[in-house]
Design a protein around this ligand. Structure first.
Ligand SMILES: [Zn+2]
Length: 263
């Protein structure tokens, strides 16, 4: 899903002053905001830049927030880079950047063949919960926000973690911090550490800023709200590798990665 390209197409196709629906959040719910509208402003000069403006609905149509194409394109690009594809989330295993985060590498595994002990290298990674290293085809991928009913939550979680001030409070998790700082040190599994308590409630975590409302509305206008849901549900910010025992304990849908070693 190339949001950068889709935003560019939207700008190319849109007339100056075209209006789009606005999406806002309340707690972890997304809803269509009737008290505002999103307006596209075509660049006039040779060096001008297309813009989107969030405006209050009503007679004065007060300007609330303006964002330029370049800023939108960058956010769209980051959202696309974190997208792990629907069919098997291969990107976690193929892309060096994500391999680094999730400790993916070839490791020797012991086999008993007949009565002979053999070591064979397999692409492998640890369960994020218990730390057990498994061949990639035995790892399952868990959605932090479940596929059933977790769409709004996933979108807001990803927007928060992209760290462009799209929510009032930025993401504080390992991946969000690494993304913000431009580092790719491997993420610590939960094994052997105490998880930090979450002090903030949903409202604090997921309330969109005016910038966040504008960005979500542009993303939806450039694709569809469903495509934004899909990209966020299958975003690295919403996925963790687990062994089947830990994943079953969490009771979310499992995703088989068995194609990984077929290549
Ligand atoms: Zn586990």
């Amino acid at each position: 899903m190339n949001f950068e390209t889709k935003i560019k197409s939207l700008c190319t196709l849109s007339m100056d002053g075209r209006k789009f629906p606005v999406y806002n959040s309340n707690g972890a719910q997304i809803y269509e905001e009737r008290n505002a509208t999103l307006v596209f402003l075509k660049s006039k000069g040779m060096f001008g830049m297309d813009q989107f403006q969030l405006r209050a609905a009503g007679h004065d149509a007060r300007k609330i927030f303006t964002i330029k194409f370049d800023d939108l394109a960058k956010i769209g690009k980051d959202l696309g880079n974190a997208y792990m594809t629907i069919n098997g989330y291969r990107r976690v295993l193929d892309d060096p950047y994500w391999q680094q985060f999730f400790h993916v590498r070839e490791r020797d595994f012991t086999y008993i063949e007949g009565d002979a002990t053999k070591a064979r290298p397999r692409a492998s990674l640890p369960c994020f919960q218990c730390g057990l290293v498994l061949p990639a085809d035995l790892i399952t991928i868990d959605h932090s926000k479940p596929q059933a009913g977790g769409g709004d939550h996933a979108v807001l979680k990803v927007l928060r973690n992209l760290n462009y001030d799209l929510t009032h409070h930025p993401g504080v998790g390992q991946l969000a911090t690494a993304h913000r700082d431009g580092t790719s040190a491997p993420l610590h599994t939960k094994a052997g550490r105490n998880s930090a308590p979450m002090h903030e409630g949903k409202a604090e975590r997921y309330t969109l800023t005016d910038k966040g409302i504008t960005v979500l509305s542009v993303l939806a206008a450039a694709t569809s709200l469903n495509q934004v849901y899909d990209a966020c549900m299958h975003s690295a910010f919403n996925l963790r590798p687990y062994c089947s025992k830990c994943n079953t304990a969490k009771s979310n849908a499992m995703q088989d990665l068995s194609m990984v070693n077929d290549a």
